[in-house]
Design a protein around this ligand. Structure first.
Ligand code: SF4
Length: 439
């Protein structure tokens, strides 16, 4: 199975894998020729679509007999384009993802390519970790988006905003805790706009999770700034369950560009939200998404963005180059920014991001932070993982170290990474035995 795109897509890829295993399929070993290859695509940028086509061609070249099944946002938006690719026997839109296992179980041996694409609705449940992680599980609690950002094609691929019932979310968290995961990341397309079938909102979901007092820690993946409320911030500030970490998409620090992007906040509102969070939680990590090279972004607009970000006390930036998506309003906007200029602006912001990461990490040297080991580094004899406030932290420890929460004393910083020693375990050791089955 090959997965592209966001954490939500990865969670869905794992859910498809579970369904296939339940239907009797097994994952091919690296020296075996697979009968089927499932590719879960992304459509957020033209590069993501290019990567998906490249992956299909590569799979077909390596395993000419393998039957390729494609799904995901690209499949939802342009199924015919993917059906023409070599080796593809079926294309499933986002709503039809759950039917892949039953289709392959009764796969008709004809030569036609099957298309299963309808308007995106319903809720395909998905919860899991990337295959190589025994630390973080991604739980999809929300899908779709009702916003109309002028550059974005995702609402067409994912449909209207909708959420999983609060009771089901709690059941999934319990299952993930029992399976041994020390951290769950709540994911969605527009997570803060979560509304469950009983119209309960994101804050109510957080309250219910807090009241449940799970033994694992819970992280919120990304939330639109306009949806960050005082009640959400104060709940997280007082919580021992939620990580002090917000990821707030800004996209531009220029008021004119923000308006043309049709974002639902101003730069002043954004700054207020950052201040509100840091007043309640001074050690909270705030990450920022930013897009450079939006049509009509002049040097002056870019400078406004740069200076705004430079002045914000945030921990890191995720920088994206604007990618034109056909069918969006922004694709018709004049004054496109040349690729070279987008590259230059990206580089400047990436450098700023690195400075911010290092400055944020430096504040915690000499302190104790909560940490979960994620990946063993045999070369340096230790584990790399993330603190609750999202700083990369290396701890010298044996390969057998249990995947659980630890209090770690921080000794020093190496670039944007901290180095420390375990002070004490914070939870009982847990071993991941198997992934929870998603119904
Ligand atoms: S909030 Fe805007 S950018 Fe995000 S998915 Fe919705 S329309 Fe796209």
């Amino acid at each position: 199975m090959i997965s592209f795109g966001c954490k939500l897509n990865y969670a869905e890829t794992s859910a498809i894998r579970h369904q296939l295993e339940e239907a009797g399929f097994t994952v091919a070993a690296s020296d075996q020729i697979p009968d089927y290859v499932i590719i879960n695509t992304c459509a957020v940028t033209s590069q993501a679509e290019k990567d998906a086509r490249k992956a299909i061609r590569r799979v077909h070249r390596l395993f000419p007999s393998a039957k390729i099944v494609v799904t995901g946002c690209y499949a939802q938006l342009r199924p015919e384009e993917l059906a023409e690719q070599p080796g593809v026997i079926a294309v499933f839109g986002n709503t039809a993802k759950g039917q892949i296992a039953s289709f392959l179980s009764s796969h008709p041996e004809d030569c036609t390519t099957h298309l299963f694409v309808s308007d995106p609705d319903g809720f395909y449940q998905a919860a899991t970790a990337p295959e190589d992680s025994r630390t973080r599980a991604f739980l999809k609690v929300q899908d779709g988006c009702d916003y109309k950002c002028s550059y974005c094609t995702i609402p067409k691929a994912r449909g209207k905003s909708r959420g999983m019932a609060i009771e089901e979310v709690l059941q999934h968290i319990e299952a993930l805790e029992q399976a041994g995961y020390p951290e769950v990341v709540l994911t969605g397309i527009n997570l803060g706009d979560y509304r469950d079938p009983q119209n309960r909102k994101f804050f109510q979901l957080l309250q219910a999770i807090e009241a449940m007092r799970p033994g694992l820690r819970v992280r919120i993946s990304s939330i639109e700034p306009n949806l960050v409320t005082e009640s959400i911030v104060s709940l997280i500030a007082q919580s021992s369950v939620f990580c002090p970490h917000f990821h707030l998409p800004l996209q531009s620090g220029s008021p004119a560009i923000l308006r043309r992007m049709r974002r639902r906040y101003t730069v002043e509102t954004y700054r207020q939200k950052v201040s509100m969070i840091l007043e309640a939680m001074p050690n909270c990590a705030i990450g920022v998404d930013v897009i450079v090279g939006f049509p009509g972004e002049t040097e002056e607009h870019f400078q406004q963005t740069y200076e705004f970000l430079e002045s914000l006390p945030v921990a890191y930036l995720h920088v994206f180059s604007y990618s034109e998506r056909s069918g969006t309003d922004a694709a018709l906007f004049p004054n496109k920014v040349p690729a070279e200029e987008k590259k230059r602006r990206s580089q400047l912001l990436r450098r700023l991001s690195e400075q911010k990461r290092q400055a944020f990490a430096q504040r915690f040297v000499g302190q104790t932070l909560e940490w979960i080991p994620e990946q063993y580094d045999p070369q340096h004899g230790g584990w790399v993982g993330w603190t609750e406030n999202y700083i990369r932290l290396f701890v010298p420890a044996p390969a057998t170290l249990a995947h659980q929460r630890y209090a770690v004393r921080i000794h020093r910083r190496k670039a944007a990474q901290l180095v420390g020693d375990i002070a004490e375990p914070l939870t009982a050791p847990a071993t991941v035995v198997q992934l929870p089955v998603v119904s």
